[in-house]
Write a protein that binds this ligand. Structure first.
Ligand code: 5GP
Length: 116
């Protein structure tokens, strides 16, 4: 296995690390963040270990749409009718800590703007 496939989130996909999984299909998985920044904090992750949005191009066009719609599906599943925020942290200044593309779904309290 190449190192790029051996991310923390790939280990969750392979069930080598436990997670509270809310949704899964052949392309993506959604599970609760281990350090929630809001009452609801879910990560939507492609099974393909793409390092981040910065590594995406035309080949990921459909996958990126799928990830966004998967997030909406989870938001609907959790009945987040009061609203929610979608975040992608990219690179060092973006605050990305896990080098495997993921969308944050945050909800359950009023979220400040601008973010820190
Ligand atoms: P980033 O900072 O890269 O945008 O987001 C990475 C997220 O992964 C963080 O919010 C962090 O709390 C979460 N995280 C890190 N390790 C684990 C883990 O082992 N399990 C789960 N469920 N989330 C994790």
């Amino acid at each position: 296995m190449s190192q790029s496939q051996d991310t923390l989130f790939s280990k969750i996909v392979r069930r080598e690390i436990p997670a509270d999984i809310l949704y899964e299909d052949n392309l993506a998985i959604a599970f609760r963040d281990i350090h929630p920044q809001a009452p609801t904090h879910v990560l939507i992750v492609p099974k393909e270990p793409i390092a981040g949005l910065g590594e995406c191009g035309p080949a990921q066009h459909a996958l990126l749409g799928h990830l966004l719609l998967t997030l909406k599906r989870v938001a609907d599943q959790l009945q987040l009718g009061n609203g929610y925020r979608v975040v992608i942290n990219q690179g060092q200044d973006g605050g990305q800590t896990v080098p495997h593309l993921h969308l944050h779904l945050l909800a359950g309290r009023p979220l400040q703007w601008p973010p820190g």
